[in-house]
Design a binder for this molecule. Structure first.
Ligand code: CA
Length: 213
């Protein structure tokens, strides 16, 4: 589904430096519920857990996620070969913890990483936050793209349009659309993070949490 570009709904977008971003997250958590953190829907959000040997039931490379193979990181899939691109995925020094994901261009096109299926009710408002760093990322764009049953690219959040920047928080709020056909009360969505530039995109500390209505 992610092989082709699709119309993307605009989303509210803001960027803050690391210090300010942490304060914003704490403020959100503090108001979400009395003393409880809003649940992060993203597995292995800080890329600290390696994928290890292949496990039964892994979604990568089959069915809906055809084209996405397993990555070195648990709960994340990867492809470096869309749009005639050739992107490697490497372990980088983490913004927090020990590790982050690094997408490294060998030939410009499109590469990216993807979450496992996340099941949410249509109409749910979700707050995205992630930290990104770029090294020589020029000649294209990088973005966070929301895909799955509601449609190809039902929302998208642009990453900074700069070739080089240090760890920067990117946030946005999206609302899950209702597909024309659905069974049950939840739909599957996926979060993709794409690089379409030369150079490197570093990724760490990804959160997707239900936002207040
Ligand atoms: Ca990390």
């Amino acid at each position: 589904m992610w092989m082709k570009e699709a119309a993307r709904a605009p989303v509210r977008l803001s960027r803050t430096c690391r210090g300010t971003g942490s304060l914003l997250i704490l403020a959100t958590v503090a108001t979400a519920a009395a003393g409880e953190s809003a649940p992060n829907l993203i597995g292995n959000p800080s890329f600290e857990e390696r994928s290890g040997p292949e496990k039964d039931g892994e979604p990568w490379g089959r069915g809906f996620l055809d084209g996405v193979s397993r990555s070195p990181f648990a709960a994340w899939g990867y492809s470096g070969f869309w749009d005639n691109g050739d992107y490697d995925i490497k372990l980088g020094q983490g913004r927090t913890g020990k590790l982050c994901a690094r997408l490294v261009c060998r030939s410009k096109g499109r590469g990216g990483i993807c979450t496992e299926a996340l099941r949410v009710a249509p109409g749910t408002k979700l707050r995205f936050s992630g930290f990104f760093k770029a090294v020589g990322a020029q000649g294209g764009a990088c973005r966070v793209n929301f895909e799955g049953e509601p449609g190809d690219g039902w929302a998208s959040i642009a990453l900074p349009a700069k070739a080089d920047y240090d760890w920067t928080e990117v946030t946005g709020t999206v609302t899950v659309p209702k597909p024309q056909k659905m069974a049950g009360d939840r739909v599957e969505i996926y979060v993709f993070i794409y690089i379409q530039t030369y150079g490197e995109l570093w990724i760490d500390d990804i959160t997707l949490t239900p936002a207040e209505k």
